[in-house]
Ligand binder design. Structure first.
Ligand SMILES: Cc1cc2nc3c(=O)[nH]c(=O)nc-3n(C[C@H](O)[C@H](O)[C@H](O)COP(=O)(O)O)c2cc1C
Length: 129
């Protein structure tokens, strides 16, 4: 019988451990927000710090809007807002800013984490591009 992630991790707490290893060691920046309308950050990985200069501990409770500034394309953000309201996924590029004010082209995806039909959180995968 072929093994699968589901079978190996079934009934254990190892799923969270797997996700933590993946997120902590990912080359891409990973951001998780809660499901509230404000979208408060509940997790950021080390690659987020490398990409943006923000310390993960400092951004908890804030929103990813801290990355935006005068050059951020409002049309892209409106498209993202529409996707969030519809419970769908988003992919796009826009100018964002590092903590020290240096602009970067952010290429990112946002995806809902659902249990049944209920959205529990949002995950973003981000890189410069
Ligand atoms: C998981 C997640 C990640 C996000 N990442 C970014 C990001 O990297 N850059 C960005 O400009 N906006 C990002 N946003 C969008 C803002 O947090 C916010 O949803 C957007 O600005 C729309 O809200 P507003 O119209 O109140 O500004 C992200 C949103 C979510 C839910």
């Amino acid at each position: 019988m072929t093994s699968s992630l589901e079978k190996v991790f079934e009934g254990t707490n190892a799923s969270l451990a797997l996700l933590q290893v993946l997120a902590e060691n990912s080359f891409d920046s990973i951001l998780v927000t809660d499901a509230s309308a404000a979208g408060k950050i509940i997790y950021a990985n080390k690659a987020f710090k490398k990409l943006t200069g923000h310390e993960p501990a400092d951004v908890l409770g804030q929103t990813p809007r801290i990355l935006q500034g005068p050059g951020t394309d409002k049309k892209v953000i409106d498209r993202l807002s529409g996707a969030l309201k519809a419970g769908g996924r988003f992919e796009g590029k826009a100018i964002n800013y590092k903590k020290n004010g240096t602009p970067l082209i952010m290429h990112w995806r946002v995806l809902p984490i659902k249990v049944g039909k209920k959205i529990m959180a949002w995950v973003a995968i981000q890189r410069e591009g």
